[in-house]
Design a protein around this ligand. Sequence first.
Ligand code: MIG
Length: 739
Amino acid sequence: MRVSMVNDDVLRIGVVKNGHKYRESPAVVVKPTVDLASGENKIGPWLVKVNEDSVHVNVDGVEVNLRFSYSNGQFTIRGNLGLADIVYGLGEKALPLNRKRFRVTMWNTDAYGYRYGSDPLYVSIPFFIVTRNHVSVGHFADSTARMVIDLGVERGDEFTVTVNDDQVDYYVIRGPRLRDVVTRFIGITGKPALMPKWALGHQQSRYSYYPQGRVLEVAKALKDMDLGNTVIYLDIHYMDGYRIFTWNSERFPNPRDMVKKLHESGIKVVTIVDPYIKVDPNYQVFKEGINGNYLTLDSDGGLTIVQGWPGKSALPDFFNREARDWWSSLIERWVRDYGVDGIWLDMNEPAAFDYPNHTVTSKVITHRLDDGSRVSHDYLHNAYALYEAMATYEGLRRAGKRPFILSRAGYAGIQRYAAVWTGDNTSNWEHLKLQLQVLLGLSISGVTFIGADVGGFAKYVPGDGGSRLFTLTPELLVRWYEWAIFFPLLRNHADVASPDQEPWAFGPRALELIRDLLRLRARLTPYLYSLMWISHINGEPIVRPLVYEFPNDDEVMNIDDEFMLGPFMLVAPMLNSGTSREVYLPGGEWVNLWNGEVLKGGYHMVDAPLGKPPVFLKSGSLVPTQESEGVLGILAVPGDGEFTVYDDDGESQSPTPSTLSLRISGDRVTVGDWANPMPQLPTTVILKVYLGKEPSKVMVNGVEVPKARFSAEPGQPSWYFEGRLINIRVKVGSETMII
Ligand code: MIG
């Protein structure tokens, strides 16, 4: 056992079985700094007592007792769980936000048609947060092998982490607030990737769009129907016999031309890439893989073969640098040759049809590490997708792109490279609610660019005798968009045999409601993009459970049917058929986005007609919006608040952002000047401030401005009042007082 501080806020306890050769973690981007001696250590807010096989920690007044033991190829870590402790985190789990009294397994799994309580799913993040009397402490058991985490099931007073590995790096992460633990966890596992701006567009997918002409038709329909900035996905049918990095020439006779046409109408293209390399001696990629020794081998040295989409398939061995480098070059060539914009990584648990649960598990399969040693797949399983994403990211960078990668599987740290979606969810009301729970867990486990297939993917659930568990109705699809538009990844995607579920598939009324929601989404892009930058810089989630923002409000500890978009916007979606719901608003005052009504903190019954999800803005809100070309809007609520708008060209690789600082104090709004300005930033700002009554006058930079209606175009300062909103047109670098 080696106990060290990683930094002032993170303690690391490394345990390694005697004689075992330590493997570097792909999750953690920092190294331990100071080793602690056995006995008592006092470091800043920490008191750490190191014994032979236990570590006793007191940090921020919370006692954490950890006991380590090893037997039969397993490390077990036991810790104390208090009566009123609450547990958050654990990444992608089909469980409520509070994960106490559940036992979960970490083993990336192809979980088609999963339901509430199904476990494990695709992503493994063995990180959890224990919150006691509003003070949070994080735990992260870093091992990519199978792990079981029991949070008070076996014994109410204890959590246990059982790892099928000969090494574990166990991290204790200081709070005291939940947000401190989350941002510090991201601090050690790496900052979320900066995605291209187009990734915030409306993404349209299905399994699969083809032929080429149909793809163009769908794209045209999306444009004609004014459904926002668009990304279109090509699922597995574009390939020639499911050979990755090829096109089926009958279905896609001229892919370059197709991509060019899509780009001309402002549409981006993302292609799926599976980890299956068809065993075919005439297939270039297979030949390269064999010749370069880039493929996964069994322990007897033979090629590992699994059943994938192309039939017999080899698996790239992403665990060593040479194989990753080769994969990066394949991605680079693909992107350069055809102009595709982003890569969708599926089946990367890895999944295979000839294994139980469609998921590879084996002691026989081995991977070659950078140092040349071979390690059994079972120790590395959960990192397969992470290394694949690493190599894919590098390939996109080499092709000159700011990478957009959507990955199904992942491990702690996946946020450095990829967005994650929640896999094969199902088109029913159960999932409308469940998906939020899955996403909120992911979000506070470091994965900030996330979303769920809008409308639901699967239409049948295995084991249900093929019964139809759902019908996707217009109502359900609209309700789904109602909360999905507030998530960074907004993708409508459906299974191969499922009926259509594009926004137009359910008639003109649903289409109109969805279009309005997508327009709201487009208006919110500056807020979303700024939040993505903030997540990239500070490690703050984009979408947050209420407890993240209001850790001292006991009412919100278990709330997972509402969420915050950034610091200001509370969304309380309709999750069942109906037209109103109860909403909890944490203390203080909130403004209803739709009608400007002011509500005090507490429980309220709120109307939610179809197309209008309950959304509230906190006092002191400053939400940047896109009003028209070259005009920035700011949706503001009187109170005290600050926000920084981030912008850049949306696609360069490592930009320095232009920033604009906003402040509100009472009825006084300050808009700074752009720092680091790039060309063509908006200089006209329309403040939209929710006020109960018409003000008597408005002063901008000390001068009274005229009351006059204006259009949403650049122009001289003026104001008008409408509904409960005062609209004031100003310039950047101004201070506005509403009197
Ligand atoms: O076994 O590529 O989760 O989004 O459409 C299905 C086909 C394989 C699973 C993915 C899904 C995708 C589908 N894939």
